[in-house]
Design a protein around this ligand. Structure first.
Ligand code: NAD
Length: 322
């Protein structure tokens, strides 16, 4: 049994699609003596969760109020501007109260510059507090199952690594220290860039093969056996009906929203430009996800709907009766 007694008071800010199930794991797994204080600008989300866990979870009135009440704060909000506001708002932000000795963990996927700005602000004003970027991967389904991967912005020798691993291990499966501040985010953005590019390439490859007369199930077997093998083709196949559990087969409904892919892809391209990395697929990839995110046929659906956006055939079954 892992000793979790050090986590007597934990705060959670940002209770959306990811934050809610992550909070549920904490509420279910932290010891009986622990208490969780939560805040979201949407009061309804907070009230519902407090009603779900009346003995374990309580409502805070602001990010500052959460920070006042707990030793460890986890944040999970959409973008850099929200992270700035949650931490740096002079009236209601986490840093507007004394956060000395507290552990602060930001799981949002944002730009590295904002994350470093928050970290530096904390280091200057509260030298004994510790702030970490800790983005996650694995989607809402992974968050519900507790199987997300977590990319920590710290080194293997960080004094807080054990504490971070214990706590984040309640919500995810693989916890990977990425080397230092903001490198969890750099890892996450480069991962999503790669995954996004593969989904476009995969869609185009299926489309050209199918238009040439191939059954997509045959193509999937070929890719899996050949040098093109990859997880997007195998498990998240953009063509509906090839892999039963892929979001595409369920009408692209469950999965990683195309607008989030657009956001992460844009952040990755910005990062590549900032660090001087050559990036020939960046602009075209970004244009593609930007178009798909705005297209009413694709908006709000799983990002592999890029196959539809690129004109791929979805009703192929009639041609290839099994
Ligand atoms: P979401 O929009 O569903 O939830 C975000 C929550 O943050 C909302 O409830 C919102 O009200 C709250 N919020 C916004 N500003 C706030 C503020 N100032 N103070 C308090 N609460 C505030 O988003 P999500 O899907 O949960 O994603 C959160 C982060 O996780 C994003 O950065 C996203 O890129 C990343 N992420 C999402 C997924 C996914 O599949 N949804 C997967 C991996 C990573």
């Amino acid at each position: 049994m892992i000793d979790l007694s050090e986590f007597k008071t934990v705060g959670f800010i940002g209770l959306g699609a990811m934050g809610r199930p992550m909070l549920a794991h904490l509420a279910n797994k932290l010891p009986r003596e622990s208490h969780i204080w939560i805040f979201d600008v949407l009061e309804q989300a907070v009230d519902e969760l407090c009603a779900d866990y009346p003995d374990k979870v309580s409502k805070a009135m602001s990010a500052r109020d959460v920070a006042d009440k707990v030793d460890t704060v986890i944040t999970m909000v959409p973008e850099g501007s929200h992270v700035r506001s949650v931490y740096l708002d002079p009236k209601n932000g986490v840093c507007s109260t004394d956060i000395s000795n507290k552990l602060l963990i930001d799981c949002s996927t944002i730009d590295t510059a904002t994350s470093l700005a928050v970290k530096n602000h904390i280091a200057e004003n509260f030298p004994t507090a510790s702030f970490y970027d800790s983005p996650v991967s694995g989607g809402v389904v992974g968050a519900i199952k507790g199987t997300i991967a977590i990319f920590l912005g710290c080194s293997e020798s960080d004094p807080n690594l054990e504490r971070l691993t214990k706590l984040m291990g309640l919500m995810g499966k693989q916890i990977i220290p990425c080397g230092g501040p903001s490198l969890g985010l750099a890892a996450k953005l480069s991962n999503n860039y790669l995954s996004g590019v593969i989904a476009i390439a995969c869609s185009e490859a299926f489309d050209m093969g199918m238009r040439s007369g191939l059954d997509p199930r045959t193509l999937a077997r070929v890719y899996a056996a050949g040098t093109a093998q990859n997880t997007i083709c195998d498990k998240f196949c953009p063509v509906p009906g090839v892999y039963s559990e892929a979001p595409s087969t369920g009408g692209y409904k469950q999965g990683f929203k195309v607008q989030l892919m657009r956001k992460d892809f844009g952040l990755a391209v910005d990062m590549a430009n900032r660090v001087g990395a050559k990036n020939v697929l960046g602009d075209v990839g970004l244009q593609t996800y930007d178009g798909a995110a705005k297209d009413p046929r694709c908006k709000d659906l799983d990002s592999r709907v890029v196959y539809r956006y690129l004109g791929g055939q979805e009703n192929w079954q009639s041609k290839h009766e099994s």
